[in-house]
Write a protein that binds this ligand. Structure first.
Ligand SMILES: [Zn+2]
Length: 587
């Protein structure tokens, strides 16, 4: 922060908290040089020449060779310096080198940075382009990888003369894998390289003996959306066409046919009624992929209901269990003794649950472990169903959803335009760093369904007096100002969060806690200061100093996209926790 009044008073507020953070920091290893980034599209690592790289905090890659795994194609015309991208569903994106605006289906859309020519190739902002094509995009800092996958938008069931037609409506290519299971009869349709955006997780169908259709994100990396059809009797299935809108034809199984999974049906038998007579009970057949003969977990699935998430663990016998709560990260550990997990699973239910992992914790004796990692710690209960064969963690989602829905977070990147803010030890400029962190913070909050407004999103000068006013006009309920600090003493480094009024203390505490935990630079704690934006703000407000530009080590970190991303995500976690716990004021 530069060009501001010195704080009236600086005081370490929650002493206990600061101690906790010091201890936590002691375990943080020295930061290594970040690995080069990679891009994985629908399960394939794209190998472009030159490879993907960060420029000014934005991930760039050559257009050539980037889009094929997503079923898109492009044309680059060096004379007009224009590229045309054709998405798998007909979306048309026009990009021009040096132009920060793209045209997406005829509409102008700002990009985080302009495409640029390198050699004979056009380098494009990767995240923006895939998002424009409707893809699921997620940057995994721990893997230094941008994951891109198709999204499943809906399933359409339609009766046909021969049976039932199931169409998958996806934004890009998905692979279809089918498995028939018996006792009870089910058809499992796995959509590989697909992230489910289907809101309704369960519907009653009642056509062609299909009683129920359940949809869940079965696993990630590769992303698999699992559709389970609960059947009155076995059906034959044929995948009639593929990407981006695969069609499956379902037909009653001919009584003579008792073959295994996914046998194509030569079905000559006309479809007679919506509920055909069940064939004589088929001989009992074992579940496929049986690992061991011992007791085991058959399935871990996520079911969404209004206001609730049900994490369902299905065993082949009554399950015993023990539940513990653990911190850092906040999580719930459910140990199930005496059973085996044949397949390791990772599910992303969204909402208050960051991730659910199921794996074998130990063998001999067997203990299966289910970990429910919180995005935001929520009310839950553990219940058993079906005589104890089903163990269900029921997570209350509603209060979180309502609180987040009501909040609007103002993001205020300091300085801008003619006001550069602080200048770093080797010349890094505060206004540039904090704008980038602010834009990343916006992305991070959006991923957590938190609405935002920015006081500036480009390199423009905004008067200090206008910043809070801009936020309040938009109806902001939380104000977060992002700065990088400066001092005449170059040895001082670290991250600190300022607040002024008591109603901002909780927000400041949680934001600083996350920053202290994840940045690996000294935690200088929560402090008070009479900054104008904090004084002006009628809503909870904090000012974050993400490091000291005047310290060469902090400055070197602040130059890296990885550090900026970590800072943005840490602030976002703190803010998300606050908006989930503290209801928004009624308008
Ligand atoms: Zn500043």
């Amino acid at each position: 922060m530069a060009r501001r009044s010195r704080p009236d008073r600086r005081s370490r507020v929650p002493r206990l908290l600061a101690w906790g953070l010091v201890l936590a920091l002691a375990g943080v290893p020295a930061l290594a040089q970040p690995a080069p980034p990679s891009v994985v599209v629908n399960g394939r690592t794209v190998a472009t020449d030159p490879p993907a790289s960060f420029q000014g905090g934005v991930l760039f890659a050559p257009l050539e060779g980037l889009l094929e795994p997503y079923g898109a194609r492009s044309e680059w015309d060096p004379t007009t310096r224009t590229a045309q991208v054709h998405g798998p569903r007909g979306t048309r994106v026009v990009l021009r080198s040096g132009d920060r605006y793209a045209t997406v289906d005829g509409e102008l859309r700002p990009m985080p940075a302009a495409p640029q020519v390198q050699g004979a190739k056009l380098l494009v902002p990767v995240e923006f382009l895939f998002r424009a094509l409707g893809a699921w995009v997620k940057w995994e800092e721990s893997e230094r990888t941008l994951h891109v996958a198709s999204q499943v938008l809906r399933l359409v069931f339609e009766p046909t003369p021969g049976g039932l037609r199931m169409q998958v409506d996806a934004t890009g290519p998905v692979q279809v894998r089918t498995t028939s299971l018996s006792q009870p009869d089910r058809l499992v349709v796995d959509l590989v390289n697909a992230v489910s955006r289907i809101e309704t997780r369960e519907v009653t169908l009642g056509q062609l003996g299909v009683q129920r259709v359940r949809v869940a994100q079965f696993q990630t990396k590769p992303y698999v959306t699992r559709v389970v059809l609960d059947l009155e009797a076995a059906l034959d299935v044929e995948v009639a066409s593929s990407a981006p809108a695969p069609v499956l034809m379902l037909r009653p199984r001919a009584a003579a046919q008792t073959t295994g999974p996914s046998a194509p049906a030569p079905s000559a038998a006309p479809f007679q009624s919506p509920t055909p007579a069940a064939p004589p009970s088929p001989p009992p057949s074992p579940e496929p992929a049986a690992g061991t003969s011992g007791p085991r977990i058959l399935e871990v699935a996520v079911e969404r209901q209004v206001g609730r998430i049900r994490i369902v663990v299905v065993g082949d016998r009554p399950l015993d269990y023990q539940v513990r709560e653990l911190p850092d990260p906040d999580r719930l550990v459910v140990d199930i003794p005496g059973v085996f997990v044949p397949v390791k699973q990772e599910l992303n239910p969204g909402g208050p649950v960051e991730v659910v992992r199921a794996a074998q914790f130990q063998t001999d004796p067997d203990v299966a472990r289910i970990v429910v990692q919180w995005q935001v710690r929520s009310r839950y209960e553990v219940v058993t169903e079906e005589g104890g064969n089903r163990l269900v963690v029921v997570v209350d989602e509603l209060p979180v959803a309502v609180a987040r829905g009501g909040h609007l977070v103002a993001i205020d990147p300091g300085h801008g335009g003619k006001d550069p803010g602080a200048i770093g030890a080797t010349g890094l400029v505060e206004k540039d760093v904090v704008l980038d962190v602010g834009l990343r913070l916006r992305e991070a909050l959006h991923r957590q369904s938190v609405r935002t407004v920015m006081t500036r999103e480009t390199d423009v000068f905004v008067d200090l007096a206008d910043r809070v006013a801009i936020a309040m006009r938009s109806g902001a309920t939380v104000f977060v100002s992002v700065h990088a600090n400066a001092t005449t003493r170059g040895v001082i480094r670290g991250v600190e969060t300022y607040y002024l009024r008591p109603h901002s203390l909780l927000l400041a505490t949680w934001v600083q806690e996350e920053l202290g935990r994840s940045l690996g630079i000294p935690d200088r704690g929560v402090r008070t200061a009479n900054f104008k934006v904090l004084r002006d703000s009628p809503v909870p407000a904090v000012l974050v100093e993400v490091g000291y530009l005047t310290n060469v080590e902090d400055e070197a970190l602040l130059r890296t996209p990885a550090f900026r991303q970590r800072a943005a995500e840490a602030i976002a976690r703190g803010v998300a926790r606050f908006v989930s716990h503290v209801p928004a004021p009624q308008p």
